[in-house]
Design a protein around this ligand. Sequence first.
Ligand SMILES: Cc1ncc(COP(=O)(O)O)c(C=O)c1O
Length: 371
Amino acid sequence: MVDPIPFSALETPVPLVDLDRLAANLDRAADYARLHGLSLRPHVKTHKAPCVATEQIQRGAVGLTCATPFEAEVMAAVSGDLLVAYPPVGAPRARRLAALPGHVSLTVALDSARAIDDLHAAARAAGRSVGVLVELDLGMHRVGAQTADDAVALARAVIARPPLAWRGIAFYPGHIRENISSQDAAIAALGAALGSALDAFRRAGLDPDVVSGGSTPTLWRTHEIRGVTEFRPGTYVYNDWTTVNVGACAWTDCALTVLATVVSTAVPGQAVIDAGSKALGREPLRGADGRGFGALLEHPEVAVASMSEEHGILDLSRSSWRPEVGDLVRVVPNHACIVTHLHDLVYGVRDYNVETSWPVVARGRGQQALV
Ligand SMILES: Cc1ncc(COP(=O)(O)O)c(C=O)c1O
């Protein structure tokens, strides 16, 4: 905690996190998990910061989900229970995972014999047990075994390869992007697909301890998917315009914004800010209101309509607000996780004051340069 300073003391563009909104978002998901007896294992890709992960664990998260070896290395400092929800393919990646500190209970999700081979070789060389979740494709069509029989065969292959230990199954419902009020059919289809996969596992004499799924758009409906034991939302900590659009949060739940300065109003009908694609990311907005790359927190009718690398063009056509050169604005991004990944430091704010800051420690890949 530093003496509060005004936003005007910061060099822009820079990400701000509203500390009260962050706390409320963390509380809401933790309360939901408790209410429904679900284990919350948040995905750290959204914040990549050990201090936020610590807040999640203090509120009851059973462990953390990571995508990259570097995220896992960084988060090993604050959690002894990590799931890497990404195929451990390739000896360098598998070796790096197996080299995580010994106090970490490590579980990895995979969907191929090759991944089992690579993880097995690395785990045996490192002399450590590694848990495995077999990934199932339940509709996203990104990764995951295509049939329950294929998934059962992978589980059997894991069981035959100690020090790997089969723990259960994983899936990611990233294909469910409709508004939460229109998700009934998709949630029912997901539940049916999961149910028949679980039946196949039980018929094969295999009972998964862990059934891991979950995303932010489906967060509040996780309890409706029978069989799920843990869920892995990531975006919920900060939320973003996409999450507002799918109805999984309110505009006032968006904790992450990019503070930017109006640098030009020379061209009529628009204003230019110093946050372009290198500050906001060029992520299209999914859903009904797809009209730009972010919108202003205090003027949601004003979108970042187009961008260069260091310029964001505000479309003023729907607004009576007319900014002046030098004004500060806060942009709610389309995708919070991309903004995190683009910045070294985040400032924690309350009202119009900056109270703290933290580094985005797990940003990048953490690879060593050749010497
Ligand atoms: C495997 C996996 N699990 C969980 C999540 C978190 O989902 P969300 O970003 O909707 O919070 C993601 C997001 O990309 C993911 O890829």
